[in-house]
Design a protein around this ligand. Structure first.
Ligand code: PLP
Length: 379
C-alpha cells in the first residue's frame, strides 16, 4: 500500500467527457475551452477567464498582462512553488521575498510594505495550502503604492476570503489544474480577471500574440489575414483537457467538502499531541485545503519524513524557501533571509490530503504520524 500526499479523483463521467471530445471536430481551440472558462469564472465571481496549458503559464501570462518588465520588482512569498517567483524572472523582473507570518504561513503584509521600492510593480500573493492571504491589507498596500495584485491561487480553488470566493478579488488570479490540485485537466491552468484590457492581453499572450479580430488589427489584406501584435507563446490548452476540467468541476463542492472533513479529522486527532502543530485558521478565511501541513517538534523532521515514507505514506515538504535553490543563490539571493520561512521549513511536513482519501487510510496516516513523533503506540 502506498498513500500519496495528493492525487486526482477520476470517474467514468470524466473519462466519457474526454472520449466525447476525441470523437468531435475540435481537439483544440474548440468550444470546450470557453465552456470551462465560463464555468470557473461564474463560480468564482470573475468576469473573464482564460484557460492555458498549465498554472505556470497562467502566472507568466498574468505577469505579462500586468506589464511586468525588465527593471521591475515583484514581491512574493518564499514558501511557495518556484513558479510564483519564476514568473517575474520570465519577464525580466526581479522577485523580492517578503517573509511569512508565523501563524498562517502566508505572506506578511507588514513585510511586503518593508520590501517596497520605487521599482516594485506587483505583488504575487500565494494562498498557501488553500488559506487565503490577508487580501484587505494587501489591497490597501497595492493601492497606496500603485501595484498590481496577482493572486497565485493554485492551492485555493473553492476557498473564501471574507465570504467571497477566491478568483474575483484582485486584478489577476491564477489557478492550476495539475493532478494534485482540487480539480485536474492533467496539465492546465487559468487566469481570472474583471478587467477587459487585461483579458485582451491574456488572450493574445496565450497564442503567439496573434489576432484575427479585425477590430484589433491595424489593417486587413483579406480573409486569410492575421497580425502578431505582441510577443506571445503557445500556451493553449486542448479541448479534451477542458472537457475533463468541466466534468471535474461539477464535483468541486464535494471535493472541497471532503478535504474540509479530512482536515477536521486531522485537527481532532492531533489536538493533544504536544509534538505536532496543526494549521492555524484565520477567522477571515475559509480554507479549501489543498495541503495539510503540520510542524513537528522535539523530533527531527527528516526522521519523521523517512519513517512515514517507509510506512508507505507519501509525505512531502512544501516548500523549500525559493531563494535557497542554487539557481537563486547563484543569482544574487545569497544574503536573503526570511526567518519565519526558514523556521517553518525546518519543521514542516505535508501529510496526505485529497478528496478520495478514505477514512481508514487517514486513520493509518494518523497512527503512523503519532508514532513518528513519539506520541503513538506501536502496532
Ligand atoms: C502547482 C502550483 C503552481 C504551478 O502550477 P503548474 O500547473 O504545475 O504549472 C504554481 N504555484 C503554486 C503555489 C502551485 O502549487
Amino acid at each position: 500500500m502506498y498513500i500519496p500526499y495528493g492525487r486526482q479523483a477520476i470517474d467514468e463521467n470524466d473519462i466519457q467527457a474526454v472520449v466525447n471530445v476525441l470523437k468531435s471536430d475540435f481537439l483544440t481551440t474548440g468550444p470546450a475551452i470557453e465552456q470551462f472558462e465560463r464555468e470557473v469564472a461564474d463560480y468564482v465571481g470573475a468576469r473573464y477567464a482564460v484557460a492555458v496549458s498549465n498554472g505556470t503559464a497562467a502566472l507568466h501570462a498574468a505577469c505579462f498582462a500586468a506589464d511586468i518588465k525588465e527593471g521591475d520588482e515583484v514581491i512574493t512569498s518564499p514558501i511557495t512553488f518556484a513558479a510564483s517567483a519564476n514568473c517575474a524572472l520570465y519577464c525580466g523582473a526581479r522577485p523580492v521575498f517578503a517573509d511569512i507570518k508565523k501563524d498562517t504561513y502566508n505572506i506578511d503584509p507588514q513585510d511586503i510594505e518593508k520590501k517596497i521600492t520605487s521599482r516594485t510593480k506587483a505583488i504575487v500573493a500565494v494562498h498557501f495550502t488553500g488559506q487565503p492571504c490577508e487580501m484587505e491589507a494587501i489591497h490597501k498596500i497595492a493601492e497606496k503604492h500603485h501595484l498590481t495584485v496577482i493572486e497565485d491561487a493554485a492551492h485555493a480553488l473553492g476557498a473564501e476570503y471574507k465570504k467571497q470566493r477566491i478568483g474575483g478579488l484582485s486584478d489577476l488570479t491564477t489557478f492550476s489544474f495539475h493532478p494534485v490540485k482540487h480539480i485536474t485537466t492533467g496539465e492546465g491552468g487559468m487566469i481570472l480577471t474583471n478587467n477587459e484590457e487585461l483579458y485582451k492581453k491574456l488572450i493574445l499572450f496565450r497564442s503567439h500574440g496573434i489576432t484575427r479580430n479585425p477590430q484589433m488589427m491595424t489593417r486587413s489584406e483579406g480573409g486569410w489575414y492575421y497580425q502578431q501584435l505582441c510577443l506571445g507563446y503557445n500556451y493553449r490548452i486542448t479541448d479534451f483537457q477542458c472537457a475533463l476540467g468541466s466534468s471535474q468541476f461539477k464535483k468541486i463542492d464535494s471535493f472541497v467538502n471532503r478535504r474540509k472533513e479530512l482536515a477536521a479529522r486531522y485537527d481532532e486527532a492531533f489536538r493533544d499531541c504536544k509534538n505536532i502543530i496543526t494549521p492555524y485558521q484565520h477567522e477571515d478565511c475559509n480554507n479549501s485545503w489543498h495541503l495539510y501541513v503540520i510542524q513537528v517538534q522535539n523530533v527531527e523532521r527528516k526522521k519523521v519524513y523517512d519513517f512515514l515514507q517507509t510506512a508507505g505514506i507519501g509525505v512531502n515538504v512544501h516548500y523549500i524557501p525559493v531563494y535557497q535553490h542554487p539557481y537563486y543563490q547563484e543569482n544574487g539571493y545569497q544574503d536573503v533571509c526570511c526567518r519565519n520561512a526558514e523556521e517553518l521549513y525546518a519543521h514542516m511536513i505535508s501529510i496526505p490530503m485529497y478528496a478520495s482519501l478514505k477514512n481508514e487510510e487517514q486513520d493509518y496516516v494518523i497512527r503512523k504520524v503519532k508514532e513518528a513523533v513519539g506520541e503513538g503506540y506501536r502496532d
